[in-house]
Design a protein around this ligand. Structure first.
Ligand code: ATP
Ligand code: MG
Length: 441
């Protein structure tokens, strides 16, 4: 394993003082997976106090991040490295926080408190890989397996339940059968975990390559943290457009969306309203009229509960209610869309519609998907050529309109009328021509 020069330097200054130091956890796992890793955590036999002394002697800056948990963060050339003293966690009374941690002197004990065998690996240049729990074999077999008794480990810290399925989604690994059973047996404990930590794991899970399978297989775990989804788990969609039920369609649409958290959350929440709107016509075909608004109602409660950022909230909430609206390929219509929702939201909507289509019956959606490509390339052209689609783009402004004798809300109305005329090609976006046009209309 090749460590960065700064990681090597830290390990070697600690070792020079007679202590042990290893890169541990995620970075060793990611290295063995052939994935890059920019976040090296270091575990050491030295106490935090001793680490601070060593760093000071070597003129390395640091901050005391979590002294109680044994962590000092070293800062080298804008990189930060968490250096944590070997420890075991004391008892967990609330499935969340260990009551106390105790420092230990041996690496194996430190590795034994880690969640999964693939995360319980250590490395340094002098000893090579230290693998006390079969993590290397599990990486080879693509398996997520708890270190020790899975049931006890999930009872200690229920966040590990979300971490297990997050790793399954991100790494496309299976979960070993005893670990899997313990996940389901303990799922209700997730209710004790803070929404911030749950959302951090959910976010990574949604961005995984294997998110479809993960959401389908572990839906009952997802339902503990997002009960609103349960209603669509078994809703059929008897229409030629669909080959999946509503939940499977939802999962497929998440996987089909770009790896952008807001878009993937939009897909996760976009069809909840189908649970409440299904009607079946005389031919046996299902309809879900008005489901978009009901989905938006539930999406809002989910997003608020997770305390997502305003940016995510606004993007998702703007897309869910309009996900089924038609954009079309007509240039004038596209300009109207641009003028109504702006470039960023229209591009998002194209992605949402594409993801939605990709999760329907492939025999039916080919033309629709081609049309979306055309829509997208027309958006590109309109933007690239700087064609006007908003009042701001017009060659006249409010003052020009006032000079023509308009007052109050007439000004805005007038600007909108000429914008429409420009989009329709009735008049050129040229100041004199626009003024002429206003005078004549
Ligand atoms: P990521 O790629 O998301 O950083 P990671 O495995 O490095 O994944 P971190 O949260 O950075 O995850 O944690 C670093 C290491 O600490 C893990 O590899 C694991 O060994 C240990 N760890 C993290 N969270 C837990 C937990 N809840 N229970 C037990 N060990 C944990
Ligand atoms: Mg990490």
């Amino acid at each position: 394993m090749t460590l960065s020069n700064n990681a090597k330097k830290l390990i070697s200054v600690i070792e020079q003082q007679g202590y042990e130091a290893y890169a541990v956890g995620g970075c060793v796992r990611d290295y063995l997976l052939g994935r890059g890793c920019d976040d090296v955590d270091i575990a050491t036999s030295a106490t935090p106090f001793e680490i601070e002394q060593i760093l000071t002697d070597n003129h390395i800056r640091f901050i005391e991040t979590g002294l109680k948990h044994g962590t000092v963060t070293a800062l080298l050339d804008y990189e930060s490295y968490e250096i944590t003293t070997y420890r075991t966690d004391g008892s967990y009374l609330d499935s969340r926080h260990p009551e106390n941690v105790s420092f230990v002197t041996n690496l194996r004990e430190d590795l034994s408190r880690r969640d999964f065998t693939i995360n319980a690996l250590a490395y340094n240049d002098s000893r090579g890989i230290v693998d006390a729990f079969g993590g290397q074999q599990d990486i080879e077999d693509k398996l997520i397996r708890a270190v020790g008794d899975p049931d006890a480990r999930f009872k200690e810290d229920a966040l590990r339940i979300m971490r297990a399925i997050r790793f399954s989604s991100v790494l496309s690994f299976e979960i070993e059968s005893k670990t899997k059973k313990a996940l389901f047996d303990n799922k209700e404990l997730l209710k004790n975990v803070s929404v911030e930590r749950l959302f951090a794991e959910l976010s990574k899970l949604l961005l995984g390559d294997n998110v479809f399978n993960t959401l389908v297989e572990y839906r009952d775990i997802i339902a503990v943290i997002i009960p609103e989804l349960q209603a669509i788990f078994n809703v059929p969609q008897n229409t030629n457009w669909h080959i999946y039920n509503v939940w499977e369609h939802t999962c497929k649409s998440v996987e089909s969306a770009p790896k952008d958290l807001s878009l993937r959350l939009t897909m996760l929440l976009h069809d909840i309203g189908k649970a409440y709107t299904r009607t079946t016509d005389a031919l046996g075909v299902d309809h879900f009229r008005g489901h978009q608004q009901i989905s938006a109602y539930y999406a809002e409660s989910v997003l608020k509960r997770f305390k997502v950022s305003n940016e995510i909230y606004n993007r998702v909430m703007s897309l869910v209610p309009i996900h089924d609206m038609h954009i079309g390929t007509d240039e004038k219509k596209i300009k109207r869309w641009l003028s109504r929702v702006g470039e960023a939201q229209l591009r998002d909507l194209v992605e949402v519609k594409r993801a939605d289509k990709l999760a329907q019956n492939p025999e039916m959606t080919q033309t629709e998907l081609e049309k979306l490509n055309i829509t997208e390339s027309r958006i590109n052209t309109i933007i690239a050529q700087g064609e006007p689609f908003s009042v701001k783009d017009l060659a006249v402004n409010g003052n020009d309109i006032i000079a023509l004798g308009y007052k109050g809300k007439e000004i805005g109305e007038c600007l909108n009328i000429i914008l429409n005329a420009v989009i329709d090609g009735k008049v050129e976006n040229d100041k004199l021509k626009l003024i002429e046009f206003i005078k004549n209309n």
